[in-house]
Design a protein around this ligand. Structure first.
Ligand code: FES
Length: 169
């Protein structure tokens, strides 16, 4: 079913927060020290839209950093102008939602076992037990909407078996 599918090419990135649920995320909504949680919104076969919010692995976290701060191993081609990045927001350790690091703005902190990720460096693990980076979602700007251009670039939590994710690569 489309609402269980992961975010994919053509999906419009929409707010997950209940106060703005389903509204397309705008560039002006984004900042460097406070993530915006989002879902992909795709088209259904009958021309309607569907928010892919039924699999917790599909939830996204978006940031906007000043130019030059986002560096490798981030896939820069998959960012918007090297300023806006999107990642899957489920910790690769045990699947908790990863939040902002209040002590170190610009880093991410997993509330479950203090896994630390750096969204400016491809969400690589910079502390704690997570075994893998958070998966980056390739995005572009289309008009004033943020749109996915493909599937996650690495295997997200919940697809810990590489073979299960292969259908999406
Ligand atoms: Fe995130 Fe354990 S679930 S550090």
């Amino acid at each position: 079913t489309p609402e269980l599918a992961p975010p994919m090419s053509g999906d419009v990135i929409v707010h997950a927060d209940p106060s703005r649920y389903g509204e397309p995320v705008k560039v002006s909504d984004l900042s460097a020290d406070k993530l915006v949680r989002a879902w992909g919104m795709g088209k259904t076969s009958d021309g309607g839209t569907v928010i892919r919010d039924k699999d917790p692995t599909s939830v996204l976290a978006l940031y906007r950093f000043p130019k030059g701060q986002i560096v490798e191993p981030t896939n820069l081609e998959a960012t918007i102008d090297g300023e806006i990045v999107a990642y899957g927001d489920r910790c690769t350790h045990a699947g908790c939602n990863v939040g902002d690091n209040a002590q170190q703005p610009g880093l991410m902190n997993c509330p479950c076992h203090s896994g630390q990720y750096d969204p400016k460096q491809g969400c690589k693990v910079v502390g704690g037990p997570p075994p893998h980076p958070l998966p980056q979602l390739p995005i572009k700007l289309q008009g004033d909407q943020i749109v996915a251009t493909g599937f996650f670039l690495s295997v997200p939590y919940g697809f810990n078996k590489e073979e299960d994710w292969k259908q999406y690569t």
